[in-house]
Design a protein around this ligand. Structure first.
Ligand code: TXA
Ligand code: MG
Length: 319
């Protein structure tokens, strides 16, 4: 049985014993282990069935800890950390010897961030090691934003899920790297690129193509539900193409008319992109559990966090 509770002392004991705890963050739930312990980190890869070439993010509780994780840190990175931490911004920095190669998948860089969730910040402040944590879902599936999602994925295989409620942002962190003191955007995420660019100037895009992604999170297909999934800007046309099927439709805001036998799910009744981001993965997981023949998702307005929502929808729809 996997426990869902708010017992930070219990989480500390489990983590100190080189075992795993699922932790809440403002973005999605993470599957956490002592980042300095290879034994512990190995358990993450095993439980997630994550290939060892896919590196993990290291979570710290205060900016002071950064020196144990990374070295030769560019001044621009420090400036960004001061502006956005705790928050959904992950920085790729040169790793120290304390970080096992397993964490970084043999890369010389380590991904690091300070999550903005009171329970996890409290937990980190009581540990004398940082936490390596990927999203708490099996490889390739939809990221969890509620403790119940994690339980469904790993019930019985994980001792404890630290209950931090419904993740407020709902989409993973934005990932930046650095080249010659320029910032490179590796993954769109919850941290606004417009806000980041106020500090960095225009963000560069990575040179790698899809066959050799630097960030496997940029793999074209990702975050995918099991149910057949179509992304469109015109769901009525798709409905005509798929008559007599059990269909769920995921929309940004309320449709002009409801249709019989179609399950509509609205991401934000009040047409807020922030609320839509929070609801995105929970809605996908809900629709995926309904044994439908088809899920039709509709693009959200492509501005601000809407770009990150559309990015995740495109990866879910990609074959
Ligand atoms: O919001 C988040 O970032 C959540 C929460 C739990 O913090 N974590 C998360 O982790 O999304 P994960 O493992 O699902 O995605 C991390 C991404 C992966 O695509 C991984 O390849 C990339 O970060 N990454 C990690 N370390 C890297 C490195 N050293 N170089 C390049 N990419 C790296
Ligand atoms: Mg993930």
């Amino acid at each position: 049985m996997t426990e869902i509770n708010t017992n930070i002392e219990q989480a500390i004991l489990i983590l100190k014993a080189d075992d795993l705890v699922a932790i809440p963050t403002e973005t999605v739930y993470g599957l956490a282990a002592n980042a300095f312990s290879e034994t512990a980190v190995e358990k993450i890869f095993k439980l997630k069935k994550r290939p060892s070439f896919n590196p993990l993010i290291v979570h710290i509780g205060s900016i002071v800890e950064l020196d144990r994780i990374a070295k030769n840190i560019p001044p621009l990175a420090i400036e960004l950390a001061k502006a956005f931490w705790p928050g959904p911004l992950t920085l790729l920095l040169e790793k120290t010897e304390l970080i096992p190669n397993l964490v970084t998948a043999q890369n010389k860089t380590v991904a690091v961030r300070m999550p903005n969730h009171p329970a996890t910040l409290q937990l980190l402040s009581e540990l004398d090691f940082p936490l390596a944590a990927p999203s708490a879902n099996p490889f390739m599936s939809v990221s969890p934003t509620k403790p119940e999602h994690v339980k469904k994925y790993f019930d019985g295989k994980l001792k404890m899920i630290l209950d931090g409620g419904f993740c407020s942002e709902g989409i993973e962190s934005t990932i930046l790297g650095f080249e010659n003191n320029n910032a490179v955007l590796y993954r769109q995420g919850s941290c606004s690129t417009a806000e980041i660019e106020k500090i960095t100037g225009k963000l560069l895009l990575p040179k790698s193509d899809n066959s050799t992604p630097k960030v496997p999170g940029m793999l074209k297909r990702h975050y995918a539900p099991k149910t057949k999934f179509i992304l469109t800007s015109n769901y009525k046309k798709e409905l005509r193409n798929h008559a007599n099927k059990k269909i769920g439709i995921m929309l940004f805001s309320a449709p002009s008319e409801l249709l019989p036998n179609i399950s509509f799910r609205i991401l934000s009744e009040k047409e807020s992109l922030k609320e839509a981001a929070q609801n995105l993965f929970a809605t996908l997981i809900e629709l995926d559990a309904m044994k439908l023949d088809l899920i039709i998702a509709v693009y959200v307005p492509n501005k601000g966090i809407g770009k990150s929502i559309n990015d995740r929808l495109e990866r879910a729809a990609s074959l």
